[in-house]
Design a protein around this ligand. Structure first.
Ligand SMILES: *[C@@H]1O[C@H](CO)[C@@H](O)[C@H](O)[C@H]1NC(C)=O
Ligand SMILES: *[C@@H]1O[C@H](CO)[C@@H](O)[C@H](O)[C@H]1NC(C)=O
Length: 390
């Protein structure tokens, strides 16, 4: 776009000067008024004046504005979004996705990540139990803040970056960003963008995918293509059991972002639990390792995993799925119970064994000390004797 690097440099420098001076002005005005003072936010200013966004402008001018992520003019240009069609619902919704009502989020609040609800709640784009679509914010160790772009689910798009943070206004805070944040897509579109063809095919053939695609609020674990090629229960058992196995991959009605260590949730309609552990910063669910987490969807969140899930709680899934005697049909109903008994047995056995060993060690140690003390006395006597001789 630019032929001489210095042209770009001067432009960036001027932008910084403008942002810096505006930042000072920003302290005394509302978010809505601040945008009107900054040249590099003129596209956003123009969009906010459209009739479809009067309520958002009013919000940004009110005491409960909260937080606004403001894309620069260049961000709008490079997004390729047709703003001449700006009065349409799409652009209104797009801008709403940049606003967090009634909550002032400063960069220091991110440690290291945060999931927050936005003003985007149009039911044609959002199907979540708690209303507004969320943004997923992350701060790197270096302090750079990025925003999970809803459409960056493909590998090509980069996350949105904050280029000027914490511009404090009288009614909230503005962060200036380098790209437009696109709202998340449906489950089906997202899975297709990610190339999860086996997942899409398998769940479509089982008549489950379109259901999951439209359920209000889902947490879904989508096995990668490689996962389907590994040994798993799918080839075994009746069709009913296969469907039940596939249902294990979803929690309907509950959206769990940033899953933490030790969480246990029942999957939908299966009666089986999904058990989550974090090991060396890697999240595991039953026998699956999470390869990509917190991929936002129109109706929830998706995790890509490296295995087709089996109903076993805990981490021994591989051993079970590779065990030929343990077919899905006969094996899995009892597997969970048998495994719990095994775990309880092992733990109890371990504790009892530990007590016996401890008692024995104590006795041994006492005996050893007694022996050593008497030895020491003896040896010091010898020394004394030698000294005396000298
Ligand atoms: C979306 O939010 C606005 C403003 O908070 C509210 O007036 C509206 O009823 C909400 N719409 C839906 C579909 O929840
Ligand atoms: C998936 O869900 C979205 C949003 O509800 C909907 O617009 C789309 O038509 C659905 N796709 C299919 C193939 O069902």
């Amino acid at each position: 776009m630019y032929f001489f690097p210095w042209v770009q440099f001067i432009q960036k420098f001027l932008l910084l000067v403008i942002i810096f001076t505006s930042n000072v002005i920003g302290q005394t005005v509302t978010i809505a008024r601040y945008i009107q003072t900054v040249n590099d936010l003129s596209t956003l200013r123009q969009i906010l004046s459209y009739p479809g966004l009067i309520d958002l402008f009013t919000l940004l001018d009110s005491p409960v504005a909260g937080t606004l992520f403001a894309p620069t003019n260049e961000a709008f240009l490079s997004s390729g979004i047709d703003l001449t069609n700006a009065n349409g619902a799409f652009v209104s919704n797009l801008i709403r996705y940049h606003s967090i009502p009634n909550r002032k989020i400063l960069s220091e609040d991110l440690m290291p990540s945060l999931v927050v609800s936005t003003s985007l709640n149009d039911s044609s784009l959002v199907n979540l139990p708690n209303g507004g679509q969320v943004l997923y914010l992350m701060k790197s160790i270096q302090g750079d803040i990025t925003i999970n772009n809803g459409n960056s689910n493909g590998n090509s798009n980069l996350p949105v970056k904050i280029i000027q943070k914490d511009i404090i206004c009288t009614n909230g805070v503005i962060h200036i960003i380098d790209s437009v944040i696109l709202p998340p897509l449906s489950l089906i579109d997202t899975a297709n963008n990610l190339g999860l063809t086996q997942f899409v095919n398998t769940f479509t053939n089982a008549n489950l995918l379109s259901n999951f695609n439209t359920s209000i609020g889902i947490t879904i674990f989508a096995p990668s293509n490689d996962a389907f090629n590994r040994p798993n229960y799918l080839s075994k058992g009746s069709v009913d059991n296969q469907i039940s196995l596939l249902k294990l991959h979803v929690i309907i009605g509950t959206v769990i972002y940033e899953i933490k260590d030790g969480v246990e949730v029942e999957s939908s309609d299966t009666g089986y639990n999904l058990h989550f552990t974090v090991n060396n910063d890697t999240l595991y669910v039953n026998n699956g390792k999470v390869e990509r987490s917190d991929i936002l969807l129109q109706n929830g969140v998706m995790y890509v995993i490296d295995n087709v899930l089996s109903p076993l709680d805990g981490s021994g899934g591989d051993a079970v799925s590779n065990n030929p005697n343990n077919g899905f049909d006969s094996g899995y109903n009892v597997q969970g119970i048998r495994d719990k008994k095994l775990i309880v047995g092992t733990v109890l056995g371990g504790i009892c064994g530990g007590i016996v060993i401890s008692l024995f060690s104590c006795m041994l140690y006492k005996w050893y000390r007694a022996q050593k003390n008497s030895k020491y006395v003896i040896s010091s006597n010898v020394n004394n004797n030698i000294n005396n001789k000298g």
